[in-house]
Write a protein that binds this ligand. Structure first.
Ligand code: CTP
Length: 529
C-alpha cells in the first residue's frame, strides 16, 4: 500500500505542512475528524503542484473559525449554507475547510438539499473521480486513503470522469470545471463523460448554474498557472460569457499578463513567492468596463482576494511615488525601500510603472545591485572574526553592502579599513597549561603566550578562519521574504592552517614531548640506582 502520509509530507511546502498541523490541532480541539480531500490528494498522487489544501471535517467547520483566526488564519469567507471556511493560513497557504455533507438535487437549477454527513457520503457529492478521494488525518486511521470511485486509476489513465450520469445536470458548473481541469492537465474527458458534456451543452444545462458557483469559478481562474489558456478554452466552449456576458479574450491585457508570469518566474528564482492572483484578475479584466469589474468582484467569495485586487493600483502608485522621491535617493536607500516592500507590489509595479526611472530601479534591484554582494570581502571578514556568530554580523554585512552599493567604499582596501575597527577583540588566551617540572612542562608553559599573542587577523592564525562564512550568509536579506537575494557562492577560502607551534589547551601533554620524556626518564632512574 502506498504511504500517502510520507508522500504528503515530502510534497507539501514547509508552510503547507504547518498549515496541516494547525488545522489538525483545531479539529482535534473541537473533537472533529479531519480529512484532506479533493484536489490536494489528486495533486499528491499526480505530482502536480499542490496549489491549495481542501479539508473536510465531520462536524460544523464554522465552529473552528475563532480557533483558526487565533492561530493566524485570515478567513476570506464563511459560507453558512455549506458550513465552509475559505482561509489564508500563515505563509499565504490557501485552504478550505468544509463540513462533510450530502447533497440531494430535487430539480435542476435549484440549490441542493444539504445535510451533515459522513466522509464517505461527502465523497459521493463531488464532481470527478480524481477529486473524490479523502486522506484520513486522524489517529488510528492516519494515512488511510478513501477512494470509492477509483480516482487513482483515472489519474493513471489521465482522464476526467464524472461520478454518475446526472453530474452535469445537477451541478452545471462541473462543465466549466471539466474544461478547466482538462485544459490544465491536458487530460481528455473520458468517453461517456464527454458524451454527457456535449449533451449538457446542447440542452443548455448551464442556464441552471448557481450564482455562487459562478463566483467560485471566477476566483479559481485567478489561481491557474496558465489563466489565459483556460480563459481561451472557456471562450471556445461558451463558458466565459457565463462568468460575465461581456468578458472575452479581447478584454485581456495579454502583454501585461505575459510580463506578470515572466517576472513572477524571475522573482521565484530569486527566492520571492509573490501571490499573483489579484494581478492576474487585473490583467484578465483590464479592458472590461467598471460595472463588469465590480460585478465580478461582488461574485468572488474570497473577500481578501477582492480587496488585494482593488488595492493594486493605489499601492503601486504609492510605491512608485516613494521610489521617485528622496527616500530612494541612492541605490542603497532604494534597496532598503524595496527590501521592505511587499513582493506583490514590486511585481505589479515592475510591469505597470510608467516612469522609466522607477522601472529601472526595480530592474537594478533584481539584477545589477545583487552583483555588488560579490564585493563583500568575506575571507578577510572571517579573518577579522566578523562571522555570523557575532550578534552584530547581519547589520555589519548589510551596512557594508549598502556602502558598496552607494560607492562610498570604492576598493577592497577602503572596505577593510572600514571593517577593521568593527572586528571583535581576540578571544581570551587559553587557560595556562598545568605547570610541570622538567623540560616538557616549561615548554608547554612557554607555548601559551605564543598562542595569546597570535595577531588578530594574521593569516592562518585566526581560529575563526576555520569556519568561513558564505556569501549567502552575508547577503542582506529582503525584509519582506526570507529569501537570500543572491545565490549562494562557494564558501570563502579558509585561511591556511597555523603551524603546529601552539599546543591545544587540552591539559594533556603533546605527544612529541611525551616521547621525549619516555626516552629520558629511564636514564634518570638508572642513574639514581
Ligand atoms: N468540488 C465539487 N464540485 C464543485 C466544486 C468543488 O465536487 N462544483 C469539490 C471537488 O472534490 C474539488 C474540491 O471540492 O476537488 C475543491 O474544489 P476546488 O478547490 O475548486 O478544486 P480542486 O480540485 O482543489 O482544484 P484546484 O487545483 O483548482 O484547487
Amino acid at each position: 500500500m502506498a504511504d500517502y502520509i510520507y508522500t504528503l509530507e515530502t510534497r507539501l511546502s514547509p508552510d503547507q505542512q504547518k498549515a496541516v498541523t494547525l488545522v489538525l490541532d483545531a479539529a482535534k480541539a473541537a473533537e472533529m475528524n479531519l480529512y484532506l480531500t479533493g484536489g490536494a490528494i489528486r495533486d499528491i498522487i499526480t505530482g502536480f503542484p499542490i496549489r491549495d489544501l481542501d479539508f473536510t471535517v465531520q462536524g460544523n467547520a464554522l465552529k473552528l473559525h475563532k480557533d483558526l483566526e487565533r492561530a493566524g488564519a485570515v478567513v476570506g469567507d464563511a459560507d453558512d449554507e455549506t458550513r465552509t471556511l475559505l482561509l489564508t493560513l500563515p505563509g499565504g497557504v490557501r485552504a478550505e475547510i468544509a463540513m462533510a455533507r450530502s447533497e440531494r438535487y430535487d430539480k435542476p437549477g435549484k440549490a441542493p438539499q444539504i445535510a451533515p454527513a459522513t466522509i464517505s457520503e461527502d465523497l459521493r457529492r463531488r464532481d470527478f473521480t480524481v477529486n473524490a478521494m479523502a486522506l484520513s488525518m486522524n489517529e488510528g486511521s492516519r494515512g488511510l486513503l478513501m477512494d470509492p470511485f477509483n480516482g487513482t486509476a483515472d489519474i493513471e489513465a489521465k482522464v476526467i470522469r464524472v461520478l454518475h450520469n446526472y453530474a452535469f445536470l445537477e451541478d452545471p458548473s462541473r462543465m466549466i470545471r471539466a474544461t478547466r481541469f482538462s485544459t490544465r492537465f491536458h487530460w481528455p474527458l473520458e468517453e461517456r463523460t464527454q458524451a454527457r458534456y456535449e449533451s449538457g451543452k446542447e440542452n443548455g444545462y448551464i442556464e441552471y448554474i448557481r450564482s455562487s458557483s459562478i463566483g467560485y469559478e471566477i476566483e479559481q481562474l485567478a489561481y491557474e498557472d496558465d489563466p489565459y489558456g483556460v480563459l481561451k478554452a472557456y471562450e471556445k466552449e461558451g463558458w466565459l460569457k457565463v462568468l460575465n456576458p461581456r468578458w472575452s479574450t479581447a478584454k485581456v491585457d495579454t502583454a501585461g499578463l505575459g510580463a506578470l508570469m515572466k517576472t513572477r518566474q524571475q522573482m521565484n528564482e530569486l527566492g520571492y513567492t509573490p501571490e499573483v492572483a489579484p494581478a492576474v484578475l487585473h490583467f484578465l479584466t483590464e479592458r472590461l468596463g467598471d460595472k463588469d469589474i465590480s460585478d465580478l468582484r461582488r461574485a468572488i467569495p474570497r473577500k481578501d482576494l477582492v480587496e488585494s485586487w482593488k488595492d493594486l493600483d493605489a499601492n503601486a502608485h504609492s510605491l512608485a511615488k516613494r521610489l521617485s522621491g528622496k527616500e530612494a535617493g541612492t541605490p542603497g536607500r532604494t534597496w532598503q525601500l524595496l527590501s521592505s516592500a511587499r513582493p506583490e507590489m514590486i511585481l505589479f509595479l515592475a510591469i505597470t510603472a510608467r516612469q522609466q526611472a522607477v522601472a529601472q530601479k526595480i530592474k537594478n534591484f533584481f539584477t545589477k545591485w545583487r552583483q555588488v554582494q560579490q564585493k563583500i570581502p568575506l575571507p578577510e571578514m572571517t579573518e577579522l572574526r566578523i562571522t555570523p556568530q557575532m550578534p552584530e554580523y547581519a547589520k555589519i554585512a548589510n551596512d557594508v553592502f549598502l556602502l558598496l552599493l552607494d560607492g562610498k567604499l570604492r576598493s577592497r582596501t577602503e572596505t577593510l579599513k572600514y571593517l577593521k575597527p568593527l572586528a571583535p577583540p581576540p578571544p581570551p588566551p587559553p587557560p595556562p597549561a598545568p605547570t610541570k617540572r622538567g623540560r616538557g612542562g616549561k615548554a608547554a608553559a612557554a607555548a601559551v603566550p605564543a598562542a595569546a599573542s597570535a595577531k588578530p587577523g594574521a593569516k592562518g592564525k585566526g581560529k575563526t578562519a576555520a569556519v568561513p562564512a558564505t556569501q549567502a550568509q552575508v547577503a542582506p536579506v529582503p525584509a519582506s521574504k526570507p529569501a537570500a537575494p543572491a545565490k549562494p557562492v562557494s564558501p570563502a577560502k579558509p585561511a591556511k592552517a597555523a603551524k603546529p607551534r601552539v599546543e591545544k589547551p587540552t591539559g594533556k601533554r603533546p605527544q612529541a614531548k611525551n616521547k621525549a620524556k619516555r626516552k629520558t626518564k629511564p636514564k634518570l632512574q638508572r642513574k639514581k640506582k
